[in-house]
Every structure is written in structure tokens, then in C-alpha cells.
Design a protein around this ligand. Sequence first.
Ligand SMILES: Nc1ncnc2c1ncn2[C@@H]1O[C@H](COP(=O)(O)OP(=O)(O)OP(=O)(O)O)[C@@H](O)[C@H]1O
Length: 228
Amino acid sequence: MISFRKIKKNMKNQKKFTINKLDLKKGYVYAILGHNGSGKSTLLKLLYGITNFESGSIIINKEGFNEKIVHKYISYHPQDTCYLSGSLEDNFDYIYKYSNNEDLLDRGSLNELIKEFGLEDMLDINIKRLSGGEQAKFQFIRTLIMNKECILLDEPMASMDFDTIRIVEKKIKDLKEKNKTILLVTHDFLQAERLSDEVIFMQNLNIVEKYKSENFFKDFYFNNNYFF
Ligand SMILES: Nc1ncnc2c1ncn2[C@@H]1O[C@H](COP(=O)(O)OP(=O)(O)OP(=O)(O)O)[C@@H](O)[C@H]1O
């Protein structure tokens, strides 16, 4: 269980990002929806500890909140692809060489994922020469092999093709079956409906409400003139 209480973060133009109360349960998929600039990425960055907040608290599994605890429980897929220099294979090798993550999936599992995502013939290519979608596949695989209890996904499918999206959606369902907690930022409402248990709806740097997905898509989404 992850709990946010009375979070306040100063943003640009004297605006404040706030979360009064938010509890995230194990084994749930949360879709984070909202307009551009509503604060979705900021929510993930706060939880991963890469942006600060002025007041309030985050507690992960009753253990508090610091870098060690974050890295024990959480993996993060940022909106932009991050990689180091060298080939695609080099970038996977760096993880096995330098990561001290005890949960890291083994090389066999990595190789299966590389095949499943069709990257096996691209391993020796300089990663910066790969297409946006191929780099996105790399980043998603990297997030999977971290093998953490809570997985933060910031628009992971934005540049993926239809077949790849199907694979990623299946992976997210499999992760849920393994009792992982997923926070998925997406602009695809149909995808959110397919995958999520609950919707966290954001507006103006606040969480408007957390809804059971069936209620959000049945009532709020269609009845709220905010959307039209
Ligand atoms: N560290 C920061 N300090 C001040 N303002 C910030 C900071 N990070 C983001 N912002 C601003 O806060 C707002 C929310 O940004 P955020 O990236 O969370 O939006 P988002 O909902 O993920 O948007 P999108 O759908 O476009 O990806 C934006 O207006 C952004 O410019």
C-alpha cells in the first residue's frame, strides 16, 4: 500500500500541485487521466523521488519514503526514452553489470522479452539510431526486468504500433495477476477502460477524484460536460 497525505508542491507561476489523500493498493491497475499539463507525470515523479515537494508525506508499505525504499519497491518508465551511449545490447549489459537490484530478472527472461518485442536483430545497432517505437520497446523491457512491486508507466505506448500495444497491454494484465501495482499515464481512454481497476482523474495540478473504472466510464466520462 502506498499513501500520499497532504502533499503540496510549488510549481511555476505560483501554482501548487496538491494531493490531499491518495491510497494505492497492491494488485491494482490505476489509469491516470487528464489534460496536458494537469500533473500526471508530476505525480509519478513525486512517487519515484525525482521531484521534491514542500510539505506532506508519502509512505510506501509502512516503511517511510527515501531513495532506498523507493528503489526497493518501484520501477519507473519516464515519458521520454532514456539510454546511455552504445548499442542496444550495451544498454542491456550496463544494467546487469552495474545494477545492484536483487529482484532483476535473469538474462534468460531478458532474451525472451527481446524476442517477444522483435528486437533480437537490432542488438548491435547504436541505440540512438533506433526508431522512436523501437526505443520505447527497449525502455518498456528495461522497466519489466527491474521486476518491482510497483511500476510507474508514463505513456509507454505513445509511439508503439498496434501489435506492440497488444503485447504491452497483455504484459500489464500479467503484472496485475502477479499482484503488482501499476500506475499508467495514458491519453487513450479506451485503453484505460480495458486495463484499469480505478481511474485517477487529474485537473489543474490536483486529483479531481479517484473512481472505480466502471463508474468513471459509465457515469463521469459520458455525463460530465467538462469533456465536450
Ligand atoms: N519541476 C517543475 N517545476 C515547475 N513546474 C513544473 C515542473 N514540472 C512540471 N511543471 C509544470 O507543471 C505542469 C504539469 O506537468 P506534468 O508534466 O505533470 O503534466 P502532464 O499531465 O503529465 O502533461 P502531458 O499530458 O502533457 O504529459 C505543466 O504545466 C509543467 O510545465
